[in-house]
Design a binder for this molecule. Structure first.
Ligand code: SF4
Length: 294
């Protein structure tokens, strides 16, 4: 039986990306390789909100007690070790039972499972097989990994999803959210086209960028070109032409709070239209005020 350190498990509406609006159970694993301290800050500056909260981190007993932040990573407690006491370790059997108990009918129908973070491909890849092979998880039809696109897939992970998962006609999606310089992470650490190329061979893969201004737009263009550089040009084989599609690109407004999101969303929709990209909302902000567990 495998174990996973879990930051949050909750049932909600998918607020972002290709499956916006789909009722989903979210499994937020603990741990991330980034900090993303630059979100919502002036260029080159880092958010200190998380550090201020962490001074007294032991007094928080569960996620719902934690303050929301308006700058930096909005899921900071899912990776900052000062909040690790809020994230228990679950064995895969108990986790599967709990996940299914959150579904409105106590069993899977059309709901999705979204495995998010933190960075869910960082340390837990070996645990997902046991979780998904639990009898109560078998009727599940669709999983999305929400990832920052920097972690290589292990051979065992690829074998499981490419064989067993596909035999069962289940669908796997990688929602890749590469971090632009607004995050505070470096380009070389964040834009890993060869890593993301390997996701494409295992599941449906699309790119989703958070943008706040014109500088971000230029970076999205550059990043998309870099990601698409791994995709073969149309080629002929045995007299037939094959065309490997480029990545679908979603752009999403920056906004740790509703004011920032409202300022930014119309602008981002226009940018999406101008560039032939897709607009992604962040429905968890207008619907649920970006609270923990949504
Ligand atoms: S990659 Fe995601 S979870 Fe990790 S620090 Fe950045 S925003 Fe937070």
């Amino acid at each position: 039986m495998s174990k996973i350190k879990v930051a949050e498990i909750f049932y909600s509406i998918q607020g972002e990306g290709r499956f916006m609006g789909v009722p989903s159970v979210f499994l937020r694993t603990f741990g991330c390789n980034f900090k993303c301290e630059g979100f919502g800050m002036a260029k080159g500056e880092k958010s200190n909100e998380r550090n201020v909260i962490a001074v007294d981190s032991e007094r928080y007993k569960n996620y719902n007690d934690l303050p929301l932040v308006h700058t930096g990573c909005d899921s900071y407690a899912s990776w900052d070790p000062r909040f690790k006491h809020l994230s228990p370790v679950w064995n895969s059997d108990d986790l599967a039972e709990h996940i299914v108990s959150l579904l409105p009918q106590g069993r899977w129908n059309e709901e999705h499972l979204v495995i998010t973070g933190g960075e869910p491909l960082l340390g837990w890849q070996k645990a997902y097989k046991d979780l998904l092979e639990h009898p109560k998880m078998k009727p599940l039809k669709h999983i999305t990994f929400e990832t920052n696109g920097t972690q290589k897939l292990t051979p065992d992970f690829c074998t499981y999803f490419n064989q067993r998962f596909k035999e069962d006609k289940k669908k796997l999606t990688f929602s890749v959210s590469p971090k632009l310089s607004v995050s505070g992470e470096s380009w070389d650490d964040a834009i890993k086209e060869k890593v993301v190329d390997s996701y494409r061979l295992t599941g449906d893969t699309y790119l989703k960028f958070v943008i706040a201004n014109q500088d971000d737009v230029e970076e999205v263009k550059k990043a998309v070109e870099q990601f698409n550089s791994t995709i073969p040009e149309p080629f002929e084989h045995s007299g037939k032409m094959y065309n490997v599609p480029k990545y679908d690109v979603y752009v999403m407004p920056c906004g740790g709070d509703e004011d920032m999101y409202n300022l930014n969303k119309g602008q981002v929709a226009n940018i999406a239209m101008e560039n032939g990209w897709r607009y992604s909302d962040r429905l968890q902000i207008p619907l649920f005020k970006n609270a923990w567990g949504t």
